[in-house]
Design a protein around this ligand. Structure first.
Ligand SMILES: Cc1cc2nc3c(=O)[nH]c(=O)nc-3n(C[C@H](O)[C@H](O)[C@H](O)COP(=O)(O)OP(=O)(O)OC[C@H]3O[C@@H](n4cnc5c(N)ncnc54)[C@H](O)[C@@H]3O)c2cc1C
Length: 341
């Protein structure tokens, strides 16, 4: 049985330094716990799903397809992102559509909150590169976005500054850690790597392409309504744009010709100058998901696992870490997210 109420300095070992484990480590270290974060890959983190993500913090847009729990966790997480990393860009998100997807666009507007409608002139004022491209748009002003490959090292730095230790190249099991220090609480954030103990986890493939051009300037993610996938263009530093993301029930890696055509074609229809952009990278990641596609904090056999972040890891990881901390320190249970065996 897990002892739920821990002294502030109780040692906590976290396995997996992706977005789930990084936020757990930061909040536990800040609360005064002696935190060690174990990550089997190196600091480049290319094995983590988090490395391939878009990094959108979009609780309102995601409500079109996600359960209300994602919005609840997402909205709480926005506050934590703002508190812990105040330089996180909160420039909002845009949703646009071509005339043939008009009905889907209107449906998106009905299914979501937290937006206002922009006409073509207001859109051009907000994003001058999109002048003349769309009749109107939905603007979600309070949403944000982070650049995963920059924000993960930043979080790791913050963990160290809060007194935590990070061990890269450390491929461990919960049992190894329990043998090392029976008093340590283990939090398993291994994503798909936890399938040895949780066979119900599956990977949902997401493909992305990174392109580079100085011909288009955007200050916020732009989602293009598409009948199959939420396609988006996310601006990154150094004239880079991430095009994402497919959602395929497959666990192979790489990017198919069909997906590449769709992603690049979508970008070209957002702005023809993307046709002249340089392709920098093709890649894909496997989103860790339970059968219901909902996140879960599991408490079992003296160990906690945080997994199933699916399409929303960056959006919900801070709130999941807060819930875990509240459980460990105060015994608080969130029935929607936690499963205690
Ligand atoms: C193309 C794409 C776009 C996406 N866009 C968004 C988005 O815009 N917004 C959003 O919120 N989410 C997005 N996601 C989803 C998000 O990326 C995932 O929800 C999130 O990355 C899952 O994080 P995680 O920490 O659970 O897993 P991971 O990032 O995979 O981290 C798990 C870590 O555990 C390590 N590990 C495994 N086993 C061991 C072991 N035995 N010992 C030590 N370490 C171990 C792994 O090396 C890995 O680094 C996207 C995903 C994809 C693929």
């Amino acid at each position: 049985m897990l002892q739920t109420t821990k002294r502030p300095d109780s040692p906590v070992s976290i396995i997996g330094a992706g977005i789930a484990g990084a936020w757990q480590a930061l909040l536990f270290a800040q609360a005064g716990h002696a935190v060690t974060l174990h990550e089997r890959s190196d600091a480049g983190m290319t094995d983590a799903t988090s490395h391939w993500a878009g990094g959108m913090l979009a609780p309102y847009c995601e409500a079109e397809v996600a359960e209300p729990i994602i919005s609840r966790l997402g909205l709480r997480s926005l506050d934590i992102w703002r508190r812990e990393l105040p330089d996180t860009p909160f420039n909002g998100s845009l949703v646009v559509a071509h005339p043939r997807e008009r009905n889907d666009f209107e449906r998106f507007a009905r299914m979501t909150e937290g937006h206002r409608r922009l006409d073509a002139a207001a859109l051009a004022e907000l994003e001058p590169s999109l002048e003349g491209r769309f009749r109107d748009a939905l603007f979600f002003p309070t949403e944000g976005h982070v650049e995963p490959r920059r924000v993960l090292p930043k979080l790791h730095e913050r963990i160290r500054a809060a007194g935590g230790t990070i061990k890269f190249g450390s491929d461990v099991t919960a049992q190894d850690l329990a043998n090392l220090n029976p008093k340590s609480l283990v939090i398993d954030c291994r994503g798909l790597g936890a399938r040895d103990e949780q066979p119900e986890l599956r990977g949902v493939k997401g493909e992305m392409i990174l392109i580079e051009t100085s011909e288009v300037q955007l200050s916020r993610p732009v989602r293009l309504i598409h009948p199959r996938w939420p396609l988006y263009v996310i601006p990154r530093e150094d004239n880079l744009f991430m095009l994402g993301a497919t959602s395929i029930e497959a666990e192979d890696t790489g990017v198919s010709v069909r997906s590449a055509l769709e992603l690049l074609g979508a970008a070209y229809t957002v702005h023809p100058a993307f046709g002249e952009a340089h392709i920098v990278e093709f890649g894909s990641g496997l989103r860790p998901a339970y059968p219901d596609n909902l996140p879960r904090i599991g408490v079992r056999d003296g160990k906690i696992s945080v997994n199933g972040l699916y399409r929303h890891g960056f959006l919900i990881a801070p709130a999941l870490a807060e819930l875990t901390l509240n459980f460990v320190e105060r015994g608080q249970i969130d029935n929607e997210v936690m499963q205690c065996a």
